[in-house]
Design a protein around this ligand. Structure first.
Ligand code: CA
Ligand code: CA
Length: 100
């Protein structure tokens, strides 16, 4: 038995795919301006049921915001850096009902 199959058995909940995460963050661009602000990203983490959404938001911006404007540009690779970061955290669900 490989390590991967043991890990899969121990964690029955499937983590979100990159495509699911992308969709989720696109939805969180509330004003549709193509940039995710700190507030929009925090809401996205809230909906992923993150334990420390404010901390995650700071980290995500530190990693993804290459030009330092405080937002993640969804039209260039800042967005992909954000998706990679979130993907590696292996969230398993998006809470669409919760009001934040
Ligand atoms: Ca926006
Ligand atoms: Ca930026």
């Amino acid at each position: 038995m490989t390590i991967m199959s043991i890990a899969a058995k121990a964690a029955p909940a499937q983590s979100l795919s990159k495509e699911q995460i992308r969709k989720h963050f696109r939805k969180c661009d509330k004003d549709g301006n193509g940039f995710l602000t700190k507030q929009e990203i925090k809401e996205a983490f809230d909906r992923l049921c993150a334990l420390f959404p404010a901390y995650r938001t700071r980290k995500a911006i530190a990693i993804a915001d290459e030009n330092g404007d405080g937002c993640v540009n969804m039209k260039d690779h800042e967005f992909e850096a954000l998706i990679d970061y979130v993907y590696n955290l292996a969230y398993t669900k998006v809470n669409t009902a919760k009001r934040v």
